[in-house]
Structure formats: C-alpha cells, structure tokens
Design a binder for this molecule. Structure first.
Ligand code: KG4
Ligand code: ZN
Length: 328
C-alpha cells in the first residue's frame, strides 16, 4: 500500500511517500518567519502552511518517484497541534481523498513520534516510549500497536520547552534545543549543578523550576562571563534534563518489566539523552531504539508509517473528521 503522509501541526509543512520499498521521500519545509518572534505565531504558521503545502506534496511525489495515481491512501496529522495549522493539512488531505477516491487516515501526532521508530526498526511490544517534544514529555506504556497508557508526564513545561526557554535566556535562536545540544558538546556537564525536580520520586516530570533557577543564575552574571562559559552552561543544563529523563525511563522499565524502549519526539535528537539512554539500556540488558535524526523532529514520514499501521488494522476516517488541539 502506497501512502502519502502529510504533517502540518506546528511550524513545519511536511509531506512523505511510503511505498513497499519504505520511505521514498520526506520533504520538510520549515517556516523561518517565526525566528524574529522567538516562538511560533499560530496565525502566521497557518498562512505559511497554506502557501507551501501544494509544492511540498508535489516535491514529495516527485522525489519519491511516484504519481498521485499510485497513492492508495492519504494519512494526515489530526492533532494535537495548532488548530489553524492542522486544518490546512487536513483540508488538503480531504481534498485529495475525495478527488482520488482513496481512504483518509487521521493520525495522532504523538503516536506518530513513537511509530517513527518503526520506519527503520522493528521494536517488540510491549515497550516503553519516552516521548519528548516541544509540547509534551511523556512515558507511554505501549502494550501493542495503539494500545497506549501514559504512565508519566510533565506537570508543567515540556523538556523541549525547557531547552527552548533556557536557550532564549542565553540569547540562542528558536528553537534553541539543537543549538544547546551543539554547544554542550564542547562544555563541562559538571560545571554547575542545576536542580532536578522529582528526580527520586514517581514517573512525572517538572521542568519549570529548572528554567527559573537558570534565570536567577544568569541574573548574577556579567554578559561576557556568560558568553565565555556558554558551552559549560549548555552542557550543565543538558545534563540536568537528560539525567532526569533517563532516570524516569529506567524506573518505568523496571516497573513494567518491558524489554524494549523507544525514544521519540524532537528532544530524542539530543546527543546527551541518546548516550545516557544507550548506557542505561546496556546496563539493564534491554533493547533501545531511537529514530534517525531527521525522523525525530516533526516530519511526514512518521505520519505515513503510522497511517500504514492504522490501515493494516482497518482504521480509516470519514471525510467529516475534525482536528483536535490537545491530547484530552
Ligand atoms: O517533536 P518536535 O519537532 O515538535 C513538537 O511536536 O513539539 O520537537 C521540537 C522540540 C523543540 O523544543 C526543540 O528545541 C527540541 O525538540 N529539539 C531538541 C533537539 N532537537 C530538537 N532539543 C534538544 N536537543 C536537540 N538536539
Ligand atoms: Zn512533534
């Protein structure tokens, strides 16, 4: 079954083609317009999606060496995300489904981050997914495909949000996560010990205190001093975040006794998190999977693969399918 995947939940317009050979194309048009605002402006995001979606889909078909005639189903992000942004992708997908008389598959964006791991690997169920993105931080017990139980989540900021907000305090461009990751590679993670909320209890997370503590820490320093120690600060913040994430992941594995874990979402591209998770899985003797970097952040390949898994289970949507903005 050849699937066209479409993703437009936030500020990336993406289209991908999945055939029997695997992912043949995964085009991502990132919106630079938000850079000047230090965060995503929803109204501008919807307009930019509207402008680029046709050419993004055309490019995906072309690069995937496929024509619309060969597409058997269209999978699109249904939510969570920005409503105006989601509507652009959904309306486009509905138009295609209607005009080509092919099935429509609405995909949950957070599920898709998890199933991005199935593009290049075959993780065994049951598994624990650590889903860490700009809007969510969750530990999900996945018993079988689409049988999910959230067993831990953030009580305030998401891990990606913490990276982005702390990066902003350090004068880094949005999204700051990848910049902090790069800078951290040449820094000393033990340079300063930042607080790690809830480290020793339960499976929930809290990152807002870390952000406040970095704010107070920086307020006492001169600008030149911060510049000089930027690598060390980024490394120390990355350690504070990744250590908590991996500690909770380990606790979730021990509680559920699964043999596989997957990393998912934009923050799963973080090198310190990947290294620490690898070490933890080796110690426990379990399998760890993480998507290749281009499948970690928002992309349509993950929508296409999840769409195919839903299609295999006979889960299709009607043309009156509507977007949803949040998980509940
Ligand atoms: O999954 P994603 O692309 O979008 C959402 O669904 O939110 O995640 C984006 C988040 C941003 O907060 C970004 O800063 C973070 O992922 N991110 C990273 C890295 N790459 C992306 N955070 C830390 N290290 C990275 N290498
Ligand atoms: Zn995402």
């Amino acid at each position: 079954m050849n699937i066209l995947g479409i993703e437009s939940s936030c500020d990336d317009t993406s289209a991908a083609v999945l055939t029997g050979k695997g992912i043949c194309s995964n085009i991502i048009a990132s919106q630079s317009i938000h850079l000047q605002f230090g965060g995503v402006v929803p109204e501008l995001a919807s307009r930019a999606h509207q402008k680029t979606i046709t050419q993004t889909v055309e490019q995906a078909l072309q690069e995937g060496d496929t024509t619309l005639d060969e597409i058997d189903a269209v999978a699109v992000t249904q939510g969570p995300g920005l409503l105006g942004s989601l509507l652009v992708g959904i309306c486009f997908a509905k138009g295609l489904a209607l005009s080509r008389n092919i099935p429509l598959i609405g995909v949950n964006h957070m599920d898709a981050h998890i199933y991005a791991n199935f593009i290049d690997h075959k993780p065994e169920f049951p598994l624990i997914a650590l889903t860490v993105s700009g809007g969510h931080t969750q530990l999900v017990h996945v018993r079988s495909p689409f049988d999910h139980e959230i067993i831990g989540e953030t009580r305030d900021d998401a891990a990606g949000e913490a990276f982005d907000k702390i990066g902003k305090l350090l004068g880094l461009p949005y999204p700051a996560g990848p910049h902090m990751d790069k800078l951290a590679k040449d820094g000393n993670p033990k340079f300063h010990k930042f607080p790690q909320a809830l480290l020793h209890e339960g499976l929930d997370f809290s990152f807002s205190g870390l952000k406040t503590s970095v704010l107070y820490y920086l307020q006492e320093k001169e600008e030149d001093w911060i510049k000089e120690h930027l690598n060390d600060i980024c490394a120390s913040v990355s350690l504070a975040i990744s250590e908590v994430l991996v500690k909770k992941l380990k606790r979730a594995v021990e509680q559920t006794k699964v043999n596989s874990v997957v990393l998912a979402g934009g923050v799963s591209a973080n090198s310190m998190l990947r290294e620490r998770a690898e070490k933890m899985s080796n110690e426990l003797g379990i399998q760890l999977y993480s998507p290749k970097i281009s499948y970690c952040t928002d992309n349509a390949a993950m929508i296409a693969i999840t769409g195919r898994m839903k299609a295999e289970l006979g889960q299709f949507d009607d043309l009156d399918m509507v977007p949803f903005s949040s998980l509940s």
